[in-house]
Design a protein around this ligand. Structure first.
Ligand code: UFG
Length: 340
């Protein structure tokens, strides 16, 4: 198949591009580079020896994207990863989040209609569940419970938009993937997560402390009702997540469907930090801080639907993710700004 990745130069996009090429597919990328670097795609090309056409543009630049697709197509499927993803930023600037995250999704649907592209895989998030009622979270668990941030709301709204679009056009095959917490990097150490500014998420923060860019990790609360008092999440290795996208594209069925992509295993903040200390051989200073507003005590999924439908499951452990993340961070202390 030939697959267009919007946001394909970002963290999840670059790993997914690599997995698609390794599975025998052709890949095109459109990315506005607002939170990514073309260097990621250069490195995927070097790793795979494949040519990946890249258009540096906003997905909403309809004519430019359509012409790019016509030049390199026909395209069989789109994986729509382009969007804004910082929870705190979305609270401070909600209009921009609604504009970009919903506007790009509308543009993708319009492109699919114009160019007769039947298949779409959308980058959704476990955040749509809000505060879990029952754990583990299943695809039919209630969503939107105490969901306060605009970022999460845009993901939920786009899921509804996609369900309506698939309902209206029986030819469409649309899948929303609810990611849990993506971590790790490709085993080569050539591609990985390269957040701009100080990381918001735990794993890249820990990695930057280990490499000496930051002093210590703040633990946001150690009085949660969890075994060690720190928050639990379902950390999924980005290469497992990438394989999940390949499975979603290859198994796309008519209509709209939702899949959780996670391991099903809860890991606490302290457990992740210990795993990173083992992986890096460095000691990681910590400091307990107050809880972060909007955080839930624990979030992890039931990953059985993807296993039953596609034979997909996460194969890598949190230790694997820390080893790979450390390889990436220690070889590229400044991310893609460090040329190999
Ligand atoms: N944490 C710390 N210190 C930090 C950063 C995080 O203790 O410096 C803790 C958090 O309190 C939480 C855990 O580490 O318990 C994970 O936090 P992250 O920020 O890495 O991830 P979140 O689960 O908060 O958020 C992630 C994505 C969101 C997505 C959400 C879905 O960043 O985009 O998962 O559940 F919406």
């Amino acid at each position: 198949m030939r697959v267009l990745l919007t946001g394909g130069a970002g963290y999840i996009g670059a790993h997914t591009a690599l997995a698609l090429v390794e599975a025998g597919h052709d890949v095109l990328v459109v990315d506005d580079m607002s939170n990514s670097s073309p260097e990621s795609i250069s490195r995927v090309q070097a790793l795979t020896e494949a040519a990946i056409p890249l258009l540096e543009a906003d997905v909403r630049a309809f004519v430019a994207v359509r012409d790019f697709v016509r030049r390199h197509g026909p395209v069989d499927a789109i994986i729509h990863l382009a969007g804004l993803k910082a929870v705190g930023e979305s609270v401070a600037d909600p209009v921009r989040y609604y504009d970009v995250n919903i506007g790009t999704s509308v543009a993708v649907l319009q492109l699919m209609a114009a160019e007769s592209i039947p298949t779409l895989v959308f980058s959704s998030s476990a955040t749509v569940y809000g505060e879990p009622e029952i754990l583990p979270l299943r695809e039919d668990s209630r969503t939107g419970i105490k969901l306060a941030n605009p970022y999460g709301k845009t993901k939920r709204i786009v899921e509804e938009l996609l369900a309506d679009a698939a309902h209206a056009d029986a030819r469409l095959r649309v899948t929303a993937l609810r990611y849990f917490n993506p971590v790790g990097a490709h085993a080569s150490g050539l591609i990985g997560e390269d957040p701009s500014g100080t990381p918001n998420n735990l794993m890249p923060y820990v990695a930057q402390v280990a490499v000496g860019r930051l002093d210590r990790v703040g633990i946001f609360g150690d009085d949660y009702p969890t075994p060690d008092g720190t928050g639990q999440r379902d950390y999924i290795h980005v290469m497992d997540l990438a394989a999940g996208h390949v499975a979603a594209v290859e198994n796309a069925r008519q209509g709209f469907d939702i899949y959780n992509l996670g391991t099903g295993i809860p890991v606490s903040v302290r457990e992740l930090i210990s795993a990173f200390e083992r992986a890096s051989g460095r000691s990681i200073p910590t400091e307990v801080l107050p809880r972060r507003e909007g955080d839930v005590p624990s979030s992890f999924c039931d990953p059985r639907k993807a296993l039953d439908s596609w034979g997909w499951s996460a194969r890598r452990t949190i230790d694997d993710a820390c080893v790979d993340s450390w390889r990436w961070q220690s070889r590229n202390p400044n991310g893609y700004a460090d040329r190999p």
